[in-house]
Ligand binder design. Sequence first.
Ligand code: RAT
Ligand code: ZN
Length: 445
Amino acid sequence: MSSKRTDMRSTPPARNERTLRSIKAGIEQMVTRAVAAQPVTDLHTHCYTPRFGAAPQPGGLLLWGIDELVTYHYLVAEVFRIVPATELPYDTFWAMSKTEQADHIWKHLFADRTPISEACRGVLTTLSKLGLDPNEKTLAGYRKWFAKQNPSQFVDKVMETANVDWIVMTNPVFDDHERGIWERDPDVAIDDRFAAVLRIDPLLRNWTLAGKKLREWGYNVDETFTDRTAAEVQRFLRHWLDRMKAIYVAMSLPPEFAYPNPAQPNADAFLEKALLPVLAERKMPFAMMIGSRLQVNPSLKDAGDMVGKSDVQSVVRLCDRFPRNKFMVTMLARENQHELCVAARKFGNLLLFGCWWFLNNPVLIEEMTRMRMELLGTTFVPQHSDARILDQLVYKWEHSRRIIAKVLIDKYNDLEASGFHVTEDHVKADVARLLRDNFRAFVGK
Ligand code: RAT
Ligand code: ZN
């Protein structure tokens, strides 16, 4: 063996402490810069184009501004821990105007206490990044500031502040109010800043209800999932995918979701005979958000949902039996995350995304991002905002970017310690994959 070959195989000289310290500082700078500079494609939000109507217009679907921010359902749940329903009955709270509800929440969560929870902190980060002082005792000053904004320009301002390049909506076609808007206004979604997603929960959660609606809308479906029903459901799906120019189909599913599920033959048939064939033909992903147990406390309305552990093996079976389909999956229970990562190692047609809802807390985002990176490299989407109020894009991304950067810095330092040189090109490419490109490639955009 020549001495040259021996040289190539030998390990590089170990780096001394000082060199490693300066490498560390360089990595921290590179990563912080790259993560801040990389525009994010936000793959799951509940934000809408201004043509859907904007708050405070009655029925407006684009929610924005201080009163919406402060009455976010995460904060409604939190205020009822401080002023319980025995003191302020649920009905009394819901009968209050939006501004009264916001004043109540601001007083109890922000003025009389330290706003330390993640949802509270989010409001403060948002205000501060928009240039406002988050220390006000009342909402009056903020209301004046927001009253001067115009919704469409505010979309630009928020996207610029959050450095988001595309906002993916959630468009529940079984919601009568929203469907009415799509039917009345052909141009409602024409806005380069937004993309649509066809959301169809009732088709799996409640076929009896979904079937009844489909019949009302002129689709010839039966109570059981016959071949004629399958063809009609396919016609319905194709119509709405085209109408919305949807980029994927999404569902939120209960912890009990199972595939196959002999107890629910209509659900299996819906997947096998209607949804998955249409999506395979269009090379379009099916996003499953699994683990939400709805309305454990209905008096809390949107704030009344809960988490439950789900069955990862059902996801494995779907990925295995439908190799022509693409699946995007997020699960709500912390306990499911490890098994889900391992499942993603087995199937190229499975893309994990986001830290959903009750997982959108720094401690869990960090844990999940580390685990995903260690098991999957950069082949996942670390976060989505789930913003219901446009302004929340600002804090959800500010907070998550910091954590994603922290994890990357640690991982690159580990690589350097092994002798591998991490360059700015590596960092930029990884960050682009995580925050934008993995998702865009998966949906073909
Ligand atoms: O995070 C939330 O706001 C939840 O209420 C849900 O919207 C959930 O994200 C969903 O899309 O069902
Ligand atoms: Zn959501």
